[in-house]
Design a protein around this ligand. Structure first.
Ligand code: CTP
Length: 425
């Protein structure tokens, strides 16, 4: 039974009739869990909610239970629940455990195997897949302790979706830490459950980037002119996202920093959504350190100098308004010249319509990149927004010409080259 009717035909069946234990921990983002329950049930999942004590400060078990149409579990030593189900059964009899929001505190406990309430006891006792949707203040997300805990949990085989870049509900502070949107979390849950054990076993055989952290930028940036208009470009994000997917498949921990795109988020990748070049730079800095960084985004070179704060109106004279532009920070060059953040291997792209190799060489030197993936993006090539790409890899040692191929093949080949480079060091 669903509050919003049966799943529509275009929705994947992966969540249908699946038992999803939803652990809600204590953060302001808990209010979004109510919508998440609806999204999961829309796709046919049976949601079994567990709320921590903290979560109950933000939303009530009554509301959660009403939306889930099931009992809400809150206590480790609940006489009725222990008799009827028991936390061990809650940990076992399910297809997926989803933690949304996952607070810094809960992740710290999980990383250390602490089991002092129902949620943590279930998490320690389970062998089903666990997907976390972290939500916290940006400073807490970028704190070395949280970074260590995330690394540990990933190493333990847990999956992550988000957090996103954006304004915090409680403080208005901007940065990475906002919980992924309920639809995105439901998509990630579906993607996780649609992976067949055979496919997982197959991909586990060859993981040349296992243990490596790879940061990738992708897509365009949007630079606001006023609250309704922006400067953008034709980048689709297909190439950057394909590289992220290939890196994840090769076993890397991948952080994808994506401008506004319509392509789907790759599986097993932490995707951070940003709008502007300045947000993208900050998100890249927050995501580093990494072994490899690949800057595939088509960052807008300029932004409007002034923030009007209001929609620019026609003044009746027929004359267009003057639009003053200032240059955006260069993300690749900033990281290339950075003393501590520069990764072992830094790869840039060069989108050119003329003098491909000369321009790529000069970008290689100017931005202190190790390799430049140069592509001709002239109007006749169909590269911008298209599915195929013809690239030349420009390094200090020379140039490699690759034939025209699908962007996913370019991605796989690039990741193989990166694997070879890392293993030769
Ligand atoms: N890049 C960046 N930050 C910018 C501009 C570009 O990180 N503000 C990165 C891109 O992600 C890419 C490389 O620099 O990896 C080259 O980008 P491209 O658009 O080809 O060149 P630009 O440096 O913008 O120079 P131009 O537009 O003059 O060709």
């Amino acid at each position: 039974m669903s509050d919003t009717g049966p799943p529509s035909p275009d929705e994947g069946p992966a969540l249908r009739d699946k038992r999803v234990v939803l652990i809600i921990s204590g953060g302001i983002a808990a209010y979004k869990s109510l919508d998440l329950i609806r999204r999961l049930r829309e796709r046919g999942a049976h949601v079994i909610p567990i709320m921590t004590r903290g979560a109950q400060q933000f939303i009530t078990p009554l509301a959660v239970g009403a939306l889930a149409a099931d009992k809400v579990y809150t206590d480790l030593f609940d006489r009725e629940a222990e008799h009827d189900v028991g936390h061990i059964r809650l940990a076992r009899d399910n297809d997926l455990i989803l933690i949304a929001p996952a607070t810094a505190d809960l992740m710290a406990k999980m990383a250390h195997g602490i089991a002092d309430d129902l949620a943590t006891a279930v998490l320690l006792a389970t062998d089903t897949p666990v997907l976390l949707a972290p939500a916290m203040n940006p400073k807490m997300w970028s704190h070395p302790a949280t970074k260590r805990n995330v690394e540990t949990l990933r190493g333990d085989g847990l999956f992550f979706v988000g957090p996103d870049q954006g304004e915090m509900a409680e403080s208005g502070e901007a940065g990475v830490g906002r919980m992924a949107e309920p639809l995105t979390i439901a998509d990630a849950a579906e993607a996780l459950l649609s992976q067949s054990p055979e496919a997982e076993r197959g991909s586990a055989q060859h993981k040349p980037l296992a243990g490596r952290h790879v940061v990738i930028t992708s897509g365009p940036t949007h630079e606001p002119i006023d609250p309704v208009r922006y400067i953008a470009n034709r980048s689709s994000g297909k190439q950057g996202h394909a590289i992220a997917a290939a890196a994840a498949k090769a076993g890397a921990r991948v952080t994808l920093i994506s401008g506004p795109v319509t392509v789907a988020e790759p599986e097993d990748v932490t995707t951070i959504h940003v709008e502007s070049a300045r947000d993208m730079l900050q998100a890249v800095k927050d995501a580093l350190p990494a072994d490899v960084a690949i800057m595939a985004a088509a960052v807008a070179d300029w932004r409007a100098a002034a923030d009007t704060g209001h929609k620019i109106k026609k003044d009746g004279s027929g004359a267009p308004p003057a639009l003053d532009l200032v240059e955006n920070p260069d993300i690749l060059a900033t990281i290339g010249h950075h003393d501590t953040l520069r990764p072992l291997l830094l790869i840039g792209f060069a989108a050119e319509t003329q003098n491909l190799v000369d321009n790529a060489r000069s970008k290689l030197a100017r931005k202190r990149a190790d390799w430049i993936v140069a592509n001709d993006v002239g109007p006749d090539t169909g590269v911008m927004g298209g599915d195929a790409n013809t690239v030349r890899i420009v390094t200090a040692d020379g140039i490699e010409d690759w034939p025209r191929m699908d962007k996913t093949e370019v991605a796989t080949r690039l990741i193989t080259k990166i694997g070879d480079f890392l293993s030769s060091r």
